[in-house]
Design a protein around this ligand. Structure first.
Ligand code: SAM
Ligand code: DTB
Ligand code: SF4
Length: 331
């Protein structure tokens, strides 16, 4: 008699991904002794990624300033007097010249950001051309343009976009303290349109907004308990910009950033965890702790969207000091 095919995998995945984290569970993970967290996070990191390699994404603001939203951290909101002027959308050729330079400078992903609440369909057209051009250069393409409809997500996928960035920013409980012009659910809806269109999701948040540790647990819970983990999880440290409501918020203990990264690594083991905004002020030693905690991606290049980021020279020296090399996905 023929045997029926087995449904049990020969080598079951030793770390099935979870989507059912409890808030207390994550809060107590965040509170673990720091060295335990670093050790556990390194083990998980090394089980899924090369140990000493960091992925490099380069950002470009393709439409700066004049945004209608009230995100309390953001220098591009028109209602805050931050010195960032409203600009027109950059020309496609200029964006592609910047993408080419990013590739030559060592980046593997090019991320285009626009200060929109959500793009109007006529505003999306040139972005579709940019995406096609970035892909033709052999780069991964990412965009962050605000809220998307299902149809807009489909059009971006069709143009070849690999990743869409849309952050949850903070916990559902703290969210109303930071943003009132769009809801948490609006953000989750955009993420589900991105996922539905078949793109990779890049979604994370900001620490140092004056939130509690429980809020950081709530952000991590909201990220990991989605039907699929975001493939890329940016953890930004607030860049305090004069004129924004959060300009005077107290500094966060930097070890809280390290803890947040470590727990992101533990609960989303297969995702890239990006040490994102805020690196300009960080020492090489704090960078090293963040990599130890499982961060394996950074923004590369001397500017984020409107604020400074470490220069390529400084980051090259950092990589040399730490024995790191650029990670090229799929290479
Ligand atoms: N306008 C689009 C949106 O909000 O979705 C895309 C661009 S917006 C600048 C992308 C993300 O950058 C925000 O969600 C936030 O997480 C991050 N960000 C903005 N300003 C920041 C700051 N001052 N410090 C740290 N992160 C910041
Ligand atoms: C993300 O999580 N951080 C980036 C990117 N995604 C778009 C943006 C950081 C912006 C920092 C403030 C500025 O330069 O305007
Ligand atoms: Fe506008 Fe995005 Fe800044 Fe919010 S974060 S004010 S939506 S550019």
């Amino acid at each position: 008699m023929a045997t029926s095919p087995t449904t049990t995998p020969l080598r079951p995945d030793p770390t099935p991904l979870r989507h059912d984290f409890g808030l207390e569970e994550l809060e107590s993970l965040l509170a673990r002794p720091l060295l335990d967290l670093l050790f556990e996070a390194q083990l998980v990191h090394r089980a899924h990624f090369p140990a000493n390699a960091v992925q490099l994404s380069q950002l470009l603001s393709i439409k700066t300033g004049g945004c209608s939203e009230d995100c309390g951290y953001c220098p591009q909101a028109s209602r805050y007097d931050t010195g960032v002027e409203r600009e027109q959308t950059l020309a496609v050729d200029e964006v592609l010249a910047r993408a080419k330079a990013a590739k030559e400078g060592g980046a593997s992903r090019f991320c285009m950001g626009a200060a929109w609440r959500s793009p109007k369909d006529h505003e999306l057209q040139p972005v579709l051309e940019m995406v096609k051009g970035v892909k033709a250069l052999g780069l991964e393409a990412c965009a962050t343009l605000g809220m998307l409809s299902e149809a807009q997500a489909g059009a971006l996928k069709e143009a070849g976009l690999d990743y869409y960035n849309h952050n949850l920013d903070t916990s559902p409980e703290h969210y109303g303290e930071i943003i009132t012009t769009r809801t948490y659910q609006d953000r989750l809806d955009t993420l589900s349109h991105v996922r539905g269109a078949g793109m990779h999701v890049c979604s994370g948040g900001i620490v140092g907004l004056g939130e509690s540790r429980r809020d950081r647990a709530g952000l991590l819970q909201a990220l990991a308990n989605q039907p699929e983990h975001p493939e890329s999880v940016p953890i930004n440290l607030l860049v305090k910009v004069g004129g924004t409501p959060l300009a005077q918020v107290d500094d966060l203990d930097p070890f809280e950033l390290v803890r947040t990264i470590a727990v992101a690594r533990l609960i989303m083991p297969k995702s890239y965890v990006r040490l994102s905004a805020g690196r300009e002020q960080m020492s090489d030693e704090l960078h090293a702790l963040c990599f130890m905690a499982g961060a394996n991606s950074i923004f590369w290049g001397a500017k984020l969207l409107t604020t400074p980021n470490p220069s390529g020279d400084r980051d090259q020296r950092l990589f040399q000091r730490l024995g790191l090399s650029p990670l090229v996905p799929g290479a």
